[in-house]
Design a protein. Structure first.
Length: 174
């Protein structure tokens, strides 16, 4: 049964839920593995059938937020930084965070903290690395490289900016 479609009113086994005293240690282990979004914890609680109703779920989530074990802003910053370091662009990062139901204002703040110059530098590094795979004389190479950056979540303007710098560097080395 999917956690997203779980209905608390339609329980097949009323005694299948874990006692609320046992929930916190389970959640602490779940949260210790890596930073989580509130939405991920909700789905986990439902999928594992750790809570009997929404009221208990909300109380547990509120307790986790109050003790700072759960923080969507911290999660969004960590996830965005991790994805950025792995060559993902702002569009893909935004899409992932929005898919995890992180508040739009938090996503906006986190993405605003990532300077365009830094994102362009990462895109340029990706271009340099990826260009080694292609024949520089092939007329399809520029389109392939730009498409690659697009698939990584970079905007057209960022791709064009990085491309101009990349081609200028290529001309300087020739």
């Amino acid at each position: 049964m999917s956690g997203a479609n779980y209905n608390f009113d339609q329980t097949d086994e009323p005694d299948a839920f874990v006692g609320t005293d046992a929930v916190m240690p389970v959640l602490e282990r779940f949260l210790a593995y890596r930073e989580r979004a509130v939405h991920e914890v909700r789905l986990y609680l439902r999928r594992k059938r750790l809570v009997p109703d929404r009221e208990t779920e909300e109380r547990i989530i509120a307790d986790l937020i109050a003790t700072r074990l759960l923080d969507d802003e911290r999660f969004a910053r960590n996830r965005a930084e991790y994805r950025r370091r792995n060559g993902r662009g702002p569009i893909q990062i935004k899409s992932e965070l929005m898919g995890l139901n992180v508040d739009r204002s938090i996503v906006g703040r986190v993405l605003a903290e990532q300077p365009d110059a830094e994102m362009r530098t990462i895109a340029l590094q990706l271009l340099e690395k990826r260009s080694r795979r292609y024949d520089p004389d092939d007329p399809n190479t520029p389109a392939r490289l730009k498409k690659y950056l697009l698939s990584r979540g970079y905007s057209f303007s960022l791709i064009e900016s990085a491309w101009r710098e990349f081609t200028n560097r290529e001309q300087d080395t020739v």
